[in-house]
Design a protein around this ligand. Sequence first.
Ligand SMILES: Nc1ncnc2c1ncn2[C@@H]1O[C@H](COP(=O)(O)OP(=O)(O)OP(=O)(O)O)[C@@H](O)[C@H]1O
Ligand SMILES: [Mg+2]
Length: 100
Amino acid sequence: MVKIEAIVRKEKFDDVCKALERSGIGGMTVTTVQGFGHHRNGLQEKIKIEIYSDEFQVDTIVEIIRENAKTDATGDGKIAILDLENLYRIRTGEEGAAAI
Ligand SMILES: Nc1ncnc2c1ncn2[C@@H]1O[C@H](COP(=O)(O)OP(=O)(O)OP(=O)(O)O)[C@@H](O)[C@H]1O
Ligand SMILES: [Mg+2]
């Protein structure tokens, strides 16, 4: 399992969100954040998306985010893939991929 963590432009978030909703992911968490990249033009407000996923869906999710978040201007953001040791569904106690 992995955690996909993406930082995207606020203006692109609606498109990214709708495409992800259609894709069959288990869920996602969204936070408004501030950050800077290489260009260092002060802190910019961005949207951070977090998705717990199995390995099989990662490439599809990354592609959906890239397709919908890209403007080709500097500051389009990042997508990080982090190993996820375990995941629990609080209500049922299921764990691992079954908890996604
Ligand atoms: N190294 C980093 N670590 C953590 N967050 C980052 C990093 N680089 C960028 N971010 C986050 O991504 C946002 C957008 O960054 P940005 O797209 O400008 O990255 P970049 O590498 O400078 O790429 P670009 O050349 O397209 O501008 C930043 O505001 C910040 O929130
Ligand atoms: Mg930048």
